[in-house]
Design a protein around this ligand. Structure first.
Ligand code: NDP
Length: 288
């Protein structure tokens, strides 16, 4: 059986990387991009250029979108809604869960189905070992396009709600972005005493590597709602959070991040959870 053809709209770094992997796997790929010149190299490499959005949609049933946000989808597909009926739109663009659900309704109104996705690697790693993508939406529809999607990374289907893939994506980026800022803040603290980032690196690496060790017990406590703090209590860790704020003030560096962390501990202590473990902070995070 020949491989299904696919249309890819949105040729930023991600879209371009996906087109190249799909071509390498011998899928026929039709491309369209607002700035047409971004398709030139891909056409030289074997992609088919659609002259307009209507032609891009007409070329295939499977339509991958790799755009800045969901507004870009409306800006593009809104110009050719007559061509949407029967299409499977696989939107791999980032946006909020609510906007994702609205898009599913909008597409259904035009006879198309939405599969949402969040790509969990940078463009240079698309389709490489370890690359994966969260997907959600109709399972039946997803199964129709899954073999083709394997080319860009391991497809991890997370549920029927189209917003779920976005939430998983954002949860991963929530950890990633917060951790990166934490690392930079810690480095700035050491820089204030003349310590270089390179000197700190082995210790920061050790810290990141050991972080996942805590998760096994943490998820049990979070899911059960039981937070025994016999090994390390909120009061003890809150005192450390306070010391980091003090150290940051003394160093003259930005204090917003450590103050936000300290606030979690302060509120847990104020509400009588000082003897619990740090996992009980999740209740304060859920009810700001
Ligand atoms: P870019 O911002 O480089 O590309 C975005 C694409 O969207 C371009 O093709 C651009 O067209 C198009 N676009 C944006 N707004 C509009 C609009 N209003 N109308 C028409 N077209 C529009 O993004 P990336 O390729 O880096 O990323 C694409 C998606 O993948 C994003 O949602 C991003 O969050 C996600 N992602 C990116 C990663 C990365 O490492 N880059 C990693 C994981 C996910 P034009 O060329 O004309 O400007």
């Amino acid at each position: 059986m020949s491989k299904i053809g696919v249309t890819l709209i949105g040729l930023g770094p991600m879209g371009q990387a996906m087109v190249r992997k799909l071509l390498a796997a011998e899928h026929a790929v039709t491309v369209w991009n607002r700035t047409a010149s971004r398709a030139d190299a891909l056409v030289d490499e074997g992609a088919l250029r659609a002259e307009d959005v209507g032609a891009a949609l007409a070329a295939n049933t499977a339509i991958i979108l790799s755009l800045t946000d969901y507004q870009a989808m409306y800006d593009i597909l809104g110009t050719a809604t007559d061509a949407l009926s029967g299409k499977v739109v696989i939107n791999l663009s980032s946006d909020t869960p609510a906007k994702t659900r609205e898009a599913a309704t909008w597409l259904a109104g035009h006879g198309a189905e939405l599969v949402t996705g969040g790509v969990m690697v940078p463009s240079v790693l698309v389709g490489e070992e370890g690359a994966y993508v969260f997907y959600s939406g109709s399972r039946t529809t997803f199964d129709r396009v899954q073999p083709m999607l394997k080319v860009i990374g391991r497809p991890d289907y997370v549920g029927e709600d189209p917003a779920l893939a976005q939430l998983y994506y954002q949860a991963q980026l929530d950890i990633f972005l917060t951790s990166l800022s934490g690392f930079l803040h810690a480095t700035a603290l050491l820089n204030s005493a003349g310590v270089s980032a390179a000197s700190f690196q082995p210790y920061a690496e050790d810290n990141f590597a050991s972080m996942s060790m805590y998760l096994g017990d943490a998820v049990k406590q979070i899911d059960s709602g039981e937070h025994p703090g016999d090994q390390a209590s909120v009061v003890m860790m809150g005192a450390t959070a306070d010391h980091i704020v003090g150290a940051s003030e003394e160093a003259g560096i930005e204090t917003g991040l450590p103050r936000a962390v300290k606030a979690h501990y302060d509120r847990a202590i104020e509400s009588g959870h000082g003897a619990d473990s740090w996992t009980s902070l999740i209740e304060r995070i859920k009810k700001p």
